[in-house]
Design a binder for this molecule. Structure first.
Ligand code: ADP
Ligand code: MG
Length: 242
């Protein structure tokens, strides 16, 4: 069953045709890592999946909801899609606990006590039980990103999108964030992860998608893509990053 179905997705910014027709189906529980050069449209692709960017053509269907159907309640659909960004995007004036409680409270999804219990449980899960009352500027980058993941999980999403979650981190903090993502993967979360961490992609991905110039150029298992890439552009990209 396709949990996420992307059909003929095109996205242009004015005359800049960034996505030129993407077709991808992601199954429930599948972990898809998206790799590719800077500017190839990876972030735009993720942003189109949860409609942070309005699509130019094609269809995006998540959990059988067509996100471009005017009858679809886009806010409801989005609640089901967690997103984690390169630069964390935490609310700086809220404590860690409040950051995690904010969306479920604001949207009236959880009562105060439920939201607090959920936040504390999620903090425990990402190994930050002792940071509930800290503020983002008191945390390391790795800790901030783990809070951002906990915050996304507080909405109990079915799908998680990650846009280079470790690219802004000092090297010694990459592992702690990838560890949390690995746990999520093993618990069966459906995930699309844009990443430059090739070792992680190789170990955790069910499928690796190579994007270049607004197209999916090649996709396959980690062994196929890293061990035996077929397309010239995939080969040349991997030569540079591996
Ligand atoms: P990647 O994540 O692979 O580096 P992006 O999706 O960020 O690539 O960007 C792909 C192209 O889309 C770039 O040429 C970028 O300038 C353009 N682009 C992305 N977002 C916008 C925007 N909001 N307005 C105009 N152009 C954009
Ligand atoms: Mg990007």
């Amino acid at each position: 069953m396709g949990k996420i179905k992307v059909e003929g997705l095109k996205k242009s910014f004015g005359t800049n045709h960034v996505l030129k027709g993407i077709d991808i189906s992601v199954n429930e529980g599948e972990v898809v890592c998206v790799i590719g050069p800077s500017g190839s449209g990876k972030s735009t692709f993720l942003r189109c999946i949860n409609q942070l960017d309005e699509i130019t053509a094609g269809r995006v269907i998540v959990d059988d909801r067509d996100l471009n159907d005017p009858k679809t309640n886009i806010n409801k659909a989005r609640e089901n899609i967690g997103m984690v960004f390169q630069h964390f995007n935490l609310f700086p004036h809220f404590s860690v606990l409040k950051n995690i409680m904010f969306a479920p409270r604001e949207l009236g999804i959880l009562k105060e006590q439920e939201a607090r219990d959920t936040a504390l449980r999620l903090l425990d899960r990402v190994g930050l039980s002792d940071k509930a009352d800290s503020y983002p500027n008191q945390l390391s980058g790795g800790q901030k990103q783990r809070v951002a993941i906990a915050r996304a999980l507080a909405m109990n999403p079915d799908v998680m999108l990650f846009d280079e979650p470790t690219s802004a981190l000092d090297p010694e903090m990459v592992g702690e964030v990838l560890g949390v993502m690995k746990d999520l993967a093993s618990e069966g979360m459906t995930m699309i992860i844009v990443t430059h961490e090739m070792g992680f992609a190789r170990e955790v991905a069910d499928r690796v998608v190579f994007m270049d110039g607004g197209y999916v150029v090649e996709q396959g298992t980690p062994d196929e893509i890293f061990g035996n890439p077929k397309n010239e552009r995939t080969i040349s990209f991997l030569e540079k990053v591996l």
